[in-house]
Design a protein around this ligand. Structure first.
Ligand code: ATP
Ligand code: MG
Length: 247
């Protein structure tokens, strides 16, 4: 029988870096299969830190966190990594490493599968292109393909829309929907409050959990104020809020 328990569950979780203070406290949430969760918060609010905890890179200092299933990650873009002469196909094939025993090197069947997932993100013809030569939007899609190959139950996106043009963003929104339709849980850190309205839940972070729940009920003016503080401005159109400064 299918395991109905949430893929991610946190209760009163607090996280910090080695030797430093807690940077995230009081995080309670449950994320089920098929859910798309937007993670909102100011710069330094703890979005990336939360993802690192889910990935098992940081252990909770207080409270509990349980993650059932495999995680795939699409990290916040690091320009320094773009110099490596690896192809899009190589980057996707790295997903195989997390899937099998450590001694198993990617073989012909894996390459076939890697090409198939590149096809799903409409990048099969870019398989041989060097990762660093792809556009930001294409790189994100290569990383989505890697998560597909990993057969990740939980897929984490850290600000994937930053610097992306509208067509690429629309395409990535579609891929996020696809991942969720396949029964994966998808967590997306973003600075775009409006974008999260299309998803199933929103987690507002500002050094602690400010709120968690369905976006339409959760994103009240009070919650947005507590999340963004002074960075929050009212748009001239009235009624709508936007985040003033972000990365
Ligand atoms: N490797 C690290 N070592 C120590 N402290 C860190 C480390 N990474 C982040 N922090 C601290 O943890 C806090 C939360 O940072 P985090 O990167 O999670 O924020 P964020 O919400 O992802 O911000 P951004 O929108 O800028 O990406 C910040 O105060 C930051 O200085
Ligand atoms: Mg971050």
């Amino acid at each position: 029988m299918l395991d109905q328990r949430p893929l991610i569950e946190a209760r009163g979780m607090a996280v910090g870096y080695r030797g430093g203070p807690l940077v995230l406290e009081d995080v309670t949430l449950a994320v089920a299969r098929g859910q798309r969760v937007g993670i909102l918060g100011p710069n330094g609010g703890g979005k990336t830190t939360l993802m690192r905890a889910v990935l098992g890179e940081l252990a909770p200092r207080r409270g509990v966190l349980s993650v059932r299933g495999r995680c795939g990650t699409v990290p916040q873009t690091e320009r320094s990594r773009l110099d490596y002469p690896v192809s899009a196909l190589d980057v996707v094939l790295m997903g195989v490493i997390g899937r099998g025993p450590w001694w198993r090197r990617p073989g012909r069947a894996d390459r076939g599968e890697a090409l198939a997932v590149l096809e799903r993100v409409s990048l099969a013809e870019h398989a041989r292109v060097t990762f660093g030569e792809l556009s930001g939007g294409q790189r994100q899609r290569v990383l989505v393909a890697r998560a597909l190959l990993q057969d990740a139950d939980v897929v984490l996106f850290d600000e994937p829309f930053t610097g992306m043009d509208a067509p690429s963003a629309a395409r990535l929104m579609g891929l996020i929907d696809l991942l969720a339709t396949e029964g994966r849980a998808v967590l997306v850190a973003t600075h775009d409050v409006g974008q999260t309205l299309a998803w199933d839940a929103v987690l507002c972070l500002n050094g602690r959990r400010v709120a968690f729940g369905p976006p339409a009920d959760t994103l009240t003016e009070d919650v947005l104020r507590a999340t963004y503080g002074h960075a929050l401005v009212r748009l001239p159109s009235g009624g709508t809020f936007a985040v003033a400064a972000h990365a």
